[in-house]
Each structure stands twice: as C-alpha cells, then as structure tokens.
Design a protein around this ligand. Structure first.
Ligand SMILES: [Ca+2]
Length: 299
C-alpha cells in the first residue's frame, strides 16, 4: 500500500514534470508561431538580432464599408499612421536587406530575391553583397553586382519624391538584371517573352510579368500604393491607363490567386515597425475586392 502510494506520488511527480516540459515547449512554440507558419521560415531561428515580431496592430475596418468609402478609410489609415520624417532611402534599403526580406536560406541568414526567388546567404545591409553565385535564375546573366531595390511603382513616375521613394511596402530586393528588364514597364501578362527567369518571371516590350509565386505580392504592393498615394504626383510622364487603370482587374485576380504567405506577412509586420504603417491588403486580401475594380480604376 505504501509502495503503491509512493508509486502514485512518483507518477504524479512525473506528470507534473511532463506538464512543465509541455508548458515550456508550448510557450517557445507560441513565440515562433509566425515563423513556423511556413517551413521556409524555420531559418528565422538564428537571426536573434531581429526586432521582436511585435508590430503595429492591423486597425480593424468596419465590415459594412465597401467601395469608395472603404478606399478612403484605408487611405486615411495608411496615411495617418505613417511617420514622414522617419527614414531616408538608404536606411530603408538597409532595413530591407538585413531585416524585412532577410528570411534566411537553409538555416543561415539570407535574402530571397523577389523576381527569381533565389536565396542568397548573408546578413549585410547592402544589396551589392547579395551576389548571384552563377546564373542560378537562368536568365543568361550572372548578377555579380548583386541586388538592388525594385520599386513596384517606378521612381520616375513620382520624380523620386519622398515618402514614396523609401516606402518599403512597394519596394523589393531584386537582382540588377531583372530589375533593369522591368524598367518602367507595367505589370502585365506576357505571351512572347524576350527575357525570362527559370521560375516564370517574363518580359516583353509591352510589360513585365512576375512569377506566379509573387504575383499576389506585386499586386498588393500596387493596390497599397494607389490607396496610399493616389492624391500625390505619382503619374509623371506615364500613360496611367496602360500602367494602372486597365490593369486593375488583373491585379485583383493576382491578389486572389496568390494570397499572402508567411514571408509576406512577416515583412508587413517588420515594415510596420520600421515606417509606422501597414499594407492592409496583406493583413486582409479580401479588402481589395470589397473596394472593387471600378473604384480602384477611378483613382
Ligand atoms: Ca542570373
């Protein structure tokens, strides 16, 4: 009886110990929930110098809002939260390469190039340190000069003005060659490519088509840009119909077919810490269709 009593105590002790171990494991697991949302982000673990994944909360939008009202609500929301005196372009690029897009390569720090989805190891703040090691994206060029910053809304269309120039919600790390190939072309569906990467990014004389895996990212960057900046000078020397208005249904489609993944949500969180506003379409992609093509095209 004593023995079974002692055994019961031992069993209870074991149970308590096991519970404590599980509680600790759950706590650690919860801390990495976002990182674990994608296997690709397991490599976040070594980046202990990352800021904590605590960021501005997504301001809830009244469910009844749609169309122009919703567009204006998001315009105010993204504008009001922004800190215009914050960060210049160089600082923004440093943050992009070393933090926001440093999602890691196979367990080591590294940057996933936007158009080619080629990962280049490193933790540098400078794009030129992320060199293509051989022609890994099979576009015919080895990008020995590394990466630079691709503006979803080309800089020339807003005369390189701030805050558009340094707004990371529409800026992505790109090898120099695909960035140059895109130039100021509109995003489009391309049928007769004269430039391509092995993952499906394509270009012809009329447009530039990002790979399927980043079509949604590109679309949400563009939707954000118009919501945030439609009342600024963002149409300098361009055909707005060809660049934006006629493309809106395509962007809405890309937004639906390629929803935000863990990397995109992570970058939205980190950028919100850095520049003080969020891309609401990454937080809730359904907002785009609630605004609708007609309203987007009217801005
Ligand atoms: Ca290449």
């Amino acid at each position: 009886m004593d023995e079974s009593f002692t055994g019961g105590n031992l069993n209870r002790t074991r149970l308590i110990l096991i519970s404590i171990v599980f509680a600790c494991a759950s706590y650690i697991s919860a801390a990495y929930t976002r990182a674990d949302a994608s296997g690709a982000l397991d490599s976040l673990a070594p980046l202990t110098d990352l800021p904590p994944l605590v960021s501005l909360p997504f301001p809830r939008v009244p469910a009844a809002l749609s169309g122009e009202q919703l567009f204006q609500q998001l315009h105010q929301q993204t504008e009001a939260a922004y800190q215009p005196s914050g960060h210049d372009y160089l600082e923004a690029k440093k943050f992009m390469f070393s933090k926001a897009d440093n999602t890691g390569c196979g367990g080591a720090p590294g940057v996933l190039e936007f158009y080619s989805q080629i990962c280049v190891k490193g933790s540098s703040q400078h794009g030129e340190d992320y060199k293509e090691q051989g022609d890994l994206n099979h576009d015919g060029t080895v990008d020995v000069e590394g990466m630079n910053a691709e503006h979803g809304w080309p800089q020339g269309y807003f005369n390189q003005s701030y805050p558009m120039r340094s707004d990371l919600h529409h800026i992505f790390p790109s090898f120099i060659t695909p960035n140059s190939a895109r130039g100021n072309l509109p995003f489009a569906v391309v049928s007769n490519a004269v430039y391509s990467t092995s993952n499906g990014t394509k270009m012809d004389s009329q447009g530039f088509e990002p790979a399927d895996s980043v079509k949604g990212d590109a679309a949400r960057a563009m939707l954000y840009f118009v919501v945030r900046y439609y009342d600024r000078s963002i149409r300098e020397g361009m055909n707005y119909g060809n660049f934006w208005t006629n493309r809106v249904p395509m962007f809405l489609k890309w937004n639906r077919q390629d929803p935000p993944d863990a990397n995109e949500r992570r970058r939205n969180d980190l950028i919100s810490q850095f520049q003080g506003n969020r891309n609401p379409f990454v937080d809730d992609p359904s907002l785009a269709d609630k605004i609708g093509a007609q309203v987007f095209a009217s801005h």
